[in-house]
Design a protein. Structure first.
Length: 319
């Protein structure tokens, strides 16, 4: 499924909810009319008055008395309806069918663009294709626990990095930077990359999260005809944000290096941002990858600082 599929599925999901709401509202209003038959009679009379006024207006008749009669008839009926609803202890709009989304009147967009109701459906679809599984969806900014960083210096580092990650999401549309998360295993690199990905997907961005090894395996299967024939690696080039986790854990080979270089270089050339996490230090990257990859990682990516703390181990001790 690609970005276009997400928009189509979001549109279909919204239309389904609008239709269900429309049916529920029709049943509610019908029940109201059954309880208070006079309300239906008033509604029919108002429609009839409008219809007759339309005929009058297009007839060329400019009689002020006739116009005032139509107006008086409409106001009298509306007043009677209001009095009935007040007596029944009901709101003045109880006879009206309510929209699923009052902001856009159920069309899915406003003058500012896509409505919030559509964006909610789109964010669900974007999360589905992001590879951020249910296990990762707890890794949000709200759940990030700074209490594991006992040392004041470590805590300050992670406060700064957490703040930067939040700003990255806030400024994503105008400032699409590439991030290289380097640090020891368990220091929070995967957590914050997931938190950024989830937040951006919920805003309707096309996010793709993948481990370095899984990405290479998919390219290998696609190239050599192995496994699932439905594999489509285009998402690694098309996604608004590509998150490659655990670079350096993949099986080292010339093919693997070629995949990493091609993906990184293509996205840099097209201006599409990436977040790459690795346990390697800069010097270790130089020993593991060709200079053309290392140069791009160290010079084209920003490197937020992570504290030298294994949070996974600390969580295990707490349990």
């Amino acid at each position: 499924m690609n970005r276009g599929d997400c928009f189509a599925k979001a549109d279909a999901a919204l239309k389904e909810k609008v239709a269900k709401n429309r049916d529920a509202e029709a049943q509610r209003v019908e029940k109201l009319y059954q309880q208070i038959p006079r309300l239906r009679q008033i509604e029919d009379a108002l429609k009839d008055n409008i219809s007759k006024f339309a005929v009058f207006a297009f007839s060329g008749n400019k009689s002020e008395d006739a116009f005032n009669e139509f107006r008086k008839r409409s106001l009298d009926l509306q007043k009677e309806r209001s009095e009935i609803l007040i007596k029944a202890g009901l709101p003045q709009n109880a006879h009206e069918r309510r929209f699923y989304c009052e902001k856009c009147k159920d069309v899915g967009y406003t003058e500012e663009g896509n409505c919030e109701c559509f964006k909610r459906e789109l964010s669900k679809q974007m999360l589905e294709i992001s590879n951020l599984s249910a296990a990762y969806r707890e890794k949000t900014f709200a759940n990030f626990d700074l209490s594991y960083y006992k040392n004041p210096v470590d805590k300050e580092k992670m406060e700064l990095t957490l703040g930067y990650a939040k700003r990255y999401v806030k400024n994503f549309k105008s400032n699409k930077e590439n991030l290289l998360f380097m640090g020891r295993s368990g220091s929070g690199k995967t957590y914050l990359s997931c938190a950024i990905g989830i937040a951006l997907a919920e805003q309707g961005n096309y996010v793709c999260y993948v481990s370095a090894q899984d990405m290479i395996s998919e390219f290998e299967a696609e190239k050599f005809g192995k496994g699932d024939k439905t594999i489509d690696t285009r998402r690694y080039y098309d996604a608004d944000l590509l998150i490659i986790d655990d670079l350096g854990s993949e099986f080292s080979s010339q093919f693997a290096e070629s995949v990493i270089y091609n993906v990184v270089n293509s996205r840099l050339n097209s201006g599409k941002p990436m977040i790459i996490s690795t346990n390697y230090r800069p010097s270790e990257l130089s020993g593991a990858y060709h200079e053309r990859i290392v140069s791009r990682l160290l010079n084209e990516f920003l490197t937020p600082i992570f504290a030298d703390v294994d949070v996974r181990e600390l969580k295990k001790l707490r349990r």
